[in-house]
Write a protein that binds this ligand. Structure first.
Ligand code: HPA
Length: 243
């Protein structure tokens, strides 16, 4: 059974049917929301709302350690993590979907490891390829079967938020090799690796990043909300097919 972590744009979780909500506790506190055990397209899934039931956790406050711990202990075989992004390339405008294969991490101050107490010891996990290749291939295959074009690779740059980037920050990210910019896949991806949980991201662009394309003069994030919800439906269709 796979888990789906839903981000911004998952305004109602009725994408999942036959739902049973389970409140969990972990050594790292409560997850951002109850785990929803149910079905997506008839197949079992565990759904977790990353930002909480009523979107109360800003990206830098998401209890990622509790979330990943809870999913691991719920017995899932892997995690598909949805995320909205700003595209840092012209052809990654609103609606574009990407299955990233690399990460640049610009976050700071987020609890980002399970190995930070002397009793836990020190562990340096390999993170050369931060996403699980088999799970990525499953998502790409599902998109192909649906005839939905997706970028099969991309460098996901994770910024701290909650504010959006300056145009100069986006230029720096592009110089660094970043192609899509979001605020949420880190430290989730690293925590999943620490627990040996296969993890892949599926990202949908909801805007050009600051200073790029139609965001040259600015980004009206609130005005994008309708677009986000539509884009998320495409993303859910791919995950349903992948199951
Ligand atoms: N930057 C960071 N995170 C985002 C963006 C962006 O432009 N769009 C959606 N999430």
């Amino acid at each position: 059974m796979l888990a789906l972590i839903g981000g911004s744009g998952f305004t109602n979780d009725d994408v999942v049917t036959d739902r049973e909500e389970v409140e969990m506790t972990t050594p790292y506190g409560a997850p951002s929301a109850p785990l929803v055990f149910g079905r997506l397209g008839g197949k079992p899934i565990v759904f977790l709302r990353r930002h909480g039931r009523s979107h109360e956790y800003a990206p830098h406050n998401v209890p990622s350690r509790a979330n990943i711990w809870a999913l691991k202990h719920a017995g899932v075989e892997g995690v598909v993590a949805a995320g909205t992004v700003g595209g840092a390339e012209l052809d990654l405008g609103p609606g574009a979907i990407c299955i990233p294969d690399q990460i640049l991490d610009y976050t700071w101050g987020r609890p980002s490891t399970y190995y930070d107490a002397p009793a836990a010891g020190v562990k340096h996990v390999d993170f050369t390829h931060p996403f699980d290749e088999a799970l990525r291939a499953r998502l790409i295959g599902a998109a192909n079967r649906l005839g939905r074009s997706v970028r099969p690779t991309g460098v996901y740059a994770c910024t701290q938020g909650p504010r959006l980037e300056t145009a100069a920050e986006v230029r720096r990210i592009v110089r660094d090799g970043g192609q899509l910019i979001g605020m949420t896949l880190m430290p989730e991806a690293a925590l999943a690796r620490e627990l040996g949980l296969p993890y892949a991201g599926i990202c949908v662009s909801v805007n050009h990043a600051a200073g790029i394309g139609d965001s040259a003069a600015g980004i009206d994030f609130e005005a994008l909300k309708g677009d986000v919800e539509r884009a998320v439906l495409d993303l859910v269709a791919i995950v349903r097919e992948a199951l």
